[in-house]
Design a protein around this ligand. Structure first.
Ligand code: GDP
Length: 322
């Protein structure tokens, strides 16, 4: 019999990739989003008729209980979150309510309605904040430095509490930045690839960026949703770091994107104080050996390939509307 999955935050980047993966595996997929289905962005436009979409909100306990009662899922993947770090300084209370308490609401709904559900929680490399060691693994101490990271740490710990003390099958994936043509335009990868494409096509003149020396471990979102699925297929629930293990700077990202289009980035990029952050991270690079060994997972797309595929996709989309 085919399995049923419920994905919260289904209209985001990871929701769209995971939906595609689960449909290939013959799952029945319920998708939850806080917006009404007619207001979704285009990430899941092509999937709308293949899944069952429901409105729900991590700030509302009853909406979660009702949805789990209706779907009777085997697996739940929680992607619903306020995911943009600068916004977590402007809306710290909403960020905490959704990203932290929202996860307790899901776990409580599972415990009361269907305690055999396998639960995936989207944890984040932001849990590490400014770590003392590099690369980080599952044993590196957490030390988040933003309201986003602090809320995600609560969620990470409560997911482990319900596993250790109440016996739920609940796992967290500590995912490093993962990107794709479906990434939100406010994140630095997509902002750069879209701007490079627009500049190439004469639709934009300059690109304003913040800290070019920030470093990240950037991977491809489609590879990362596969790791999430693998976590829920194991005999025992556990937490895993998912990362490429490679570190690159924003400057390298800009260079790679612009040179792919034959452009000299220095002519177009303007450093703008508006995009600098009160706390910025330079040490984040992940050691995913546990996932590589136990899940037999590894990334399939390199940094170079990732940036180029995002640039190519943005050029192609823009050309359609010219
Ligand atoms: P995050 O790791 O979830 O915060 O992902 P982002 O893509 O938003 O940011 C990654 C890094 O890029 C951070 O260290 C930012 O400081 C840096 N960065 C530099 N310029 C920009 C910019 O214009 N926008 C964003 N979003 N990030 C920038």
């Amino acid at each position: 019999m085919s399995k049923t999955a419920l994905i919260t935050g289904v209209a985001g980047q990871d929701g769209a990739y995971l939906t595609e993966l689960l449909l290939e595996k013959n799952y029945r997929v319920f998708g939850m989003d806080r917006q009404a289905p007619e207001d979704y962005v285009d990430n899941i436009e092509h999937l709308k008729n293949k899944i069952i979409l429901r409105r729900g909100n991590l700030m509302d306990q009853m909406s979660l209980i009702d949805l789990i009662e209706e779907a009777q899922p085997d697996e739940i993947y929680n992607f619903a979150a306020q995911s943009f770090i600068p916004l977590s300084w402007k809306e710290p209370v909403i960020t905490g309510d959704v990203n932290a308490l929202g996860v307790t609401r899901i776990l409580e709904a599972i415990r009361r309605v269907k305690p055999d559900v396998k639960f995936y929680q989207a944890s984040s490399s932001e849990l590490f904040g400014k770590p003392e060691t590099k690369p980080q693994n599952e044993n590196t101490p957490f030390n988040p430095g933003t309201p986003y990271g602090t809320a995600k740490l609560y969620a990470h710990n409560i997911t482990a509490n319900y596993r250790d003390k109440l016996g739920l099958f609940s796992c967290s994936g500590i995912l490093y930045n993962h990107e794709s043509p479906r990434r939100g335009k406010e994140f630095v990868t997509r902002k750069i690839t879209l701007s490079a494409a627009k500049i190439k096509l004469g639709l934009q003149k300059e690109l304003h960026l913040g800290n070019l020396d920030a470093h990240r471990d950037w991977g491809f979102a489609k590879d990362y949703v596969h790791a999430m699925w693998l976590m829920l297929q194991q005999d025992e629930p556990d937490d895993y770091v998912i990362a490429t293990g490679e570190e690159h700077s924003v400057r390298e990202l800009v260079e790679t994107a612009f040179s792919h289009l034959g452009l000299e980035w220095e002519k177009y990029v303007v450093q703008d104080p508006k995009f600098f952050r009160p706390v910025d991270l330079n040490m984040l690079v992940g050691d995913s050996s546990k996932a590589r060994k136990r899940l037999n997972w590894k990334p399939s797309v390199s940094f170079d390939q990732l940036v180029k595929l995002m640039v190519d996709s943005d050029v192609k989309e823009l050309e359609k509307s010219l």
